[in-house]
Design a binder for this molecule. Sequence first.
Ligand code: ADP
Ligand code: MG
Length: 697
Amino acid sequence: MFRPHLLFPLFGKLENLKGIGSKSIFNLHKLGIFKPLDFLYSFPTSLKIRKHLEIVNDFNENETVILKIRVIKHNFKNFKGPISIEVTDGFNKINLIFFNAKNDWIKRNLPINQERFVSGKLQKYMDNFQIIHPDYIETINDLDKIPEIEPIYSLTKGISQKVFFNCVNQILQLLPKSINSYEWVCKKRLNAMNWTDHASSLKRIHAPKTINDISLNSNFRLRLAYDELLSHQLSLLIARNFSKKNKKKRRISTHRISTLIRKKLPFSLTKSQELCIAEIQSDLSKTDRMYRLIQGDVGSGKTLVALFAMILVAENRGQSALMVPTDILANQHFFNFLQYTKDAGINTVLLTGKMKTKEKKETLEIIKSGKADLIIGTHALFQKGVLFKKLELVIIDEQHKFGVKQRHDLIQKGENLDILVMTATPIPRTLELANYGDMDISKIIDKPLNRKKIDTSIISEKKIDKLISRLFEICNNGAQAYWVCPLIEDGEKSELVAIEKRLSILNKFLPNIKIETLHGKMSEEQKSYIMTSFMAGSIQILLATTVIEVGIDVPNANVIIIEAAERFGLAQLHQLRGRVGRGEKKSNCILIYSKNVSDQGKERLEVLRKFDNGFDIAEKDLLMRGGGNPIGPQQSGIPKFKIANLEFDKDLLYYAHEDASEIIKNNKNLKSKDGENIRILLHLMNRDKSLSLLETG
Ligand code: ADP
Ligand code: MG
């Protein structure tokens, strides 16, 4: 999009700034500064305060001071050593020390018997006051050239504070005067927050009067952080509107097949499930593309929501694909869907990367010919060789295992594609807006009625023997259990060793109990065979790695034992625990901690014992980990902000979201004067790419 003329100077070349050469440019790039404007959005992190002193004294040692002095004597050296200039404040002798100065320069700037203002850090050396390298030496008339308060930036080697400060001031001059006639923050917000305009806020931050001006709470910083968040939310909404521009056909649901499947269900759907399905149906019946996130705790029944979405599309003869993170889960969903769809005239197929060549070829053919209605698979679904006849809906299960990029790639796949993503990871609202601000969100808040609370206990590994003998009784009473082996950092090989070791112990103490192992190294067929047997009840204890973490659903299994539980993240433990408590039987989760566990580690496990809701657990997890890395690896892909601080600026993010929605609702293509104001903001915040998604003319 063409940049408005008035902003040209802010996007000019760095070379044009006074004091900037090619070497500095290299260093500025390291600071993320590529154009003059970038200086303005790099805020000072602290202040240097210069204190006016009449005469020096011990109290002010190590402070930065401004002094009026008279030059007494030049002590030039013949050899290479510091030059020391003797001066007086009228009462005390002070030495000004220079290491690399030329004699001529000294004579010019500090002539004998003349008065000057100097500034620098006051020090004491062998009973004498001294200032090493005064940072300002000014004549009596130029006192105001020495700033009493100077912002300090966090910089890199090769860029001095002075050079940086000078650049900032040059660029503040380049800020077009007319910029203030483009206020993009709405009046209501501006007044409620008592904010000043954009230019004045920037100027104040770079010429702070007190430390408050540059603090997180500074009203000047808040305004600019809001600007950044507003531009971000606007760009999400613009992209979203654009994705809706390719109109798709309305799908009028016949309910012919979905009614049939409803009858087959051994239970009725929960209120939340019904609500989600209704929301999806409404999306499908519109000409705008669907872009919806379904959030529901582990065990809340997301799979059936996906099934109904796919059926609604199939009733209109469209194909839909369900993508899951593991082969085991793909298999499980496939067989689950098969039982509902096979005599309903719906063709369900499975496609994974590890399928045999012949089988895969056949499946690809069925997908291409359009004979397959529901296609379930891993990321293999979106490899080059897979051609769909009429793909209309894509669902991603366990989205947090895939990352944001894959989601964004998908939306570009087919012009008329509807997209549904499902996740069990509770997302705090801040991250929800920052990460999914462009999506509609449905939440499954209630669990199936028949669920009982899972009993969670925490035991020491010293008590494993006791646990094993109890397990013997439980299994003899018909229960099935998962036994999760410790998470081992150095890879699958040692994980295997751990599994084998545990297996031989369990076999020894539990003779007549059928125990099998499940791990990532097994072939597809082996895994699928083991899972089917476990599902059918012919295996009683499944000794597994975290391959069972996501999605696995065996309602009869009602005990899960997790070894060295302290090594897992809380969210992960919650997911693992969610493998039980899926049927009518009372379930137990036993967390075993190792003998070398820390107190803090045990405390974390306590959280799991006390809370059974994924959202509470995520919040506690956040608190316990502190502010250091609140987001965690699963949430990577979060946009980086230059000014805004997502933890501190939560409220601003909500405001920005609210205001951006209002702006786009009233002025979708950013027309007229109000629209022009917003366009200026998007240019300033480097989000002008989204402008190309707007309708022109
Ligand atoms: P998740 O949300 O973790 O993906 P699933 O879709 O795997 O949960 O569902 C968990 C279990 O609950 C499955 O066994 C499923 O058949 C069962 N289930 C789903 N919906 C209901 C319901 N409305 N009533 C009873 N059981 C249900
Ligand atoms: Mg699931």
